[in-house]
Design a protein around this ligand. Structure first.
Ligand code: NDP
Ligand code: GDP
Length: 339
């Protein structure tokens, strides 16, 4: 019989890719989102799955709502992707962020205990938990040192998931995912902000883009490939935690270089840090830096070691950094006006 999955955060980047992946595997997919979310379903439309997902409203903040949802859907698997996922916003809204990202996880775990302890659970943990990284590359055994309310809230979500596995035998897995991007990434994240800007600047719709710390480095993979790793974790005989990452680390400046080259505007860089500017061949400033986009505490560099996922799950990323930048820019050139 077909399995049933409940995906929280179904309208987000990962929810949309995972929804499509599970449908292709023959799952009956329930997508939960809070009513305040995006009403256009633009991501689901982009992947052509808007009428295949069973939608329902569920806010992670309301325990009774979560409990009733599980009771009604009776899922075999739950993928908890819902979160206040933007690090910058977490400095402005630490309490909301923590309530959703920490207590929300507990609402789901408690509901699983109550409704059906056999439900398998995936928690979206993050490389932001490594923060001021204690070693490079980071693996499942690297100590956490989060640098934002977002990172701290996710550490709670991570450990409470591990705790339910150890205390009650819940089949609960944490995927410690390094940054993963795509044409469906929110525009507030730096990769999509750059790909969209490069596309618009190349068409004369925008003059320049203003960014923050260009020297930060991230391990960026392709979201469509990372959702398969989430699913693989829940198909194992034993629940465990896994890092998913590419093992490569690149700076924001490198991302911008590739994105602007892709649209035929190679950049020359002048100045450092706050004074940095990216200038095109006619001397026009296309990238500028503002302190407005700096964070009170920064995660300088992340680079993941996904050996365990490769060896035990058979998972590995396929899309290179350059291909990722190019596919995001190509998509923005094609769909620019949609979002
Ligand atoms: P998105 O921000 O694109 O999606 C998150 C979704 O969660 C949104 O649709 C949002 O709905 C929903 N949501 C927020 N608050 C609530 C709530 N109280 N109740 C129900 N739903 C809520 O994130 P991604 O798809 O990029 O990421 C998925 C998960 O993976 C997140 O938990 C994120 O923290 C984590 N993660 C992501 C990484 C990445 O690089 N993308 C890296 C590591 C971890 P609304 O539209 O209403 O805001
Ligand atoms: P994060 O890794 O989850 O915080 O993903 P983001 O895409 O939001 O940020 C990645 C890195 O880009 C961080 O180190 C930011 O400080 C840096 N950055 C530089 N300029 C910007 C910007 O304009 N917007 C965002 N979101 N991040 C920026």
């Amino acid at each position: 019989m077909a399995k049933t999955a409940l995906v929280t955060g179904i309208r987000g980047q990962d929810g949309t890719y995972l929804g499509k992946f599970l449908l292709e595997k023959g799952y009956r997919v329930w997508g939960a989102d809070r009513r305040s979310g995006d009403a256009t379903h633009w991501r689901a439309k982009r992947l052509g799955i808007e009428s295949d997902i069973h939608h329902m409203y569920m806010d992670l903040l309301e325990y009774s709502n979560v409990l009733r949802t599980l009771d009604r859907v009776q899922p075999d698997e739950i993928y908890n992707l819902a979160a206040q996922s933007f690090v910058s916003a977490s400095f402005e809204q630490p309490i909301v962020t923590t309530t959703i990202n920490a207590i929300g996880v507990l609402h789901l775990l408690e509901s699983i205990r109550t409704v059906n302890p056999k439900i398998r659970f995936y928690q979206a943990s993050t490389s932001e938990m490594f923060g001021k990284a204690q070693q490079t590359p980071q693996s499942e055994t690297t100590p956490f040192h989060p640098r934002s309310p977002y990172g701290v809230s996710k550490v709670f979500g991570h450990w409470i998931t591990v705790n339910y596995r150890e205390s009650y035998g819940t089949f609960a897995c944490c995927g410690i995912l390094f940054n993963h991007e795509s044409p469906l990434r929110g525009e507030e994240f730096v990769t999509r902000k750059i790909s969209l800007a490069a596309s618009r600047i190349s068409r004369g719709k925008q003059d320049k883009v203003v960014l923050g710390n260009l020297d930060a480095k991230r391990d960026w993979g392709y979201a469509a490939e990372f959702v398969e790793g989430m699913w693989l974790m829940l198909q194992q005989n034993q629940a465990d935690d896994y890092v998913l990452a590419t093992g490569e680390s690149h700076s924001i400046r490198e991302f911008a270089d590739l994105a602007f080259s892709k649209v035929g505007i190679p950049l020359q860089w002048h100045g450092d840090a706050m004074e940095a500017r990216g200038i095109d061949s006619s001397g026009v400033v296309r990238v500028e830096v503002s302190p407005d986009y700096y964070r009170p505490a920064e995660v300088d560099a992340l680079k993941g070691d996904a050996t365990k996922a490769r060896e035990r799950l058979g998972w590995k990323p396929r899309t290179t950094f350059q291909n990722l930048v190019e596919l995001m820019v190509e998509s923005d050139l094609q769909y620019d006006s949609v979002v």
